[in-house]
Design a protein around this ligand. Structure first.
Ligand SMILES: [Zn+2]
Length: 175
């Protein structure tokens, strides 16, 4: 079984400090606030800023968060609409390669994140109301509330990655 959530990252997350005790509604609110948070974070940036320890640039991180939200929103909608709970995993690195994340235009990535966050909030809110439960191929049982927290963490964690990248690039250019 693949480790995920607080068992993988620690509570709070040992990297970004995310606390896993938030309510599912708070997790939805966090994702709804994401586009504004990310938009402010990357305002005036190019998108190709990198940190030497990280494979992805800032446009790539945003594209990953977008695709992750879209994937989970789709899975929860599928289960809610049909009652079929089994969902496969997906390989985030293969997806990054297929979509050439590091070459995605930053403005387009931010635009896409806005739409993905809205669709995600709608799907997750409906799944929470109907107590949807998924059976994930690698992670086992995932309740809608687990997914709400896990996706909110992914988004918060990568905002932290972007902050690290920007701190690094600002320091190395002396700006
Ligand atoms: Zn984290």
């Amino acid at each position: 079984m693949e480790l995920w959530g607080a068992r993988l990252y620690g509570n709070p997350c040992r990297d970004c400090g995310f606390g896993w005790s938030l309510s599912p509604r708070e997790a939805v609110g966090l994702v709804e606030d994401l586009p504004a948070r990310y938009g402010a974070l990357v305002k005036g940036r190019r998108g190709d800023e990198r940190h030497p320890e990280l494979a992805w640039n800032i446009a790539a991180y945003i594209s990953h968060v977008t695709d992750n939200l879209r994937n989970w929103a789709e899975r929860l909608a599928g289960a809610r609409l049909t009652g079929v709970r089994q969902v496969p995993g997906y390989d985030q690195d293969l997806l990054a390669q297929a979509r050439s994340y590091n070459d995605v235009c930053l403005a387009g990535a931010v635009w896409s994140l806005q739409r993905a966050a809205e669709a995600w909030a709608e799907s997750v809110s409906a799944a929470l109301e109907e107590h949807v439960v998924l059976e994930h191929a690698d992670r086992g049982v995932q309740r809608a509330e687990d997914i709400a927290r896990n996706n909110a963490h992914d988004a918060a964690h990568h905002a932290w990655d972007i902050e690290r990248i920007l701190a690094y690039t600002d320091q190395s250019t002396g700006s």
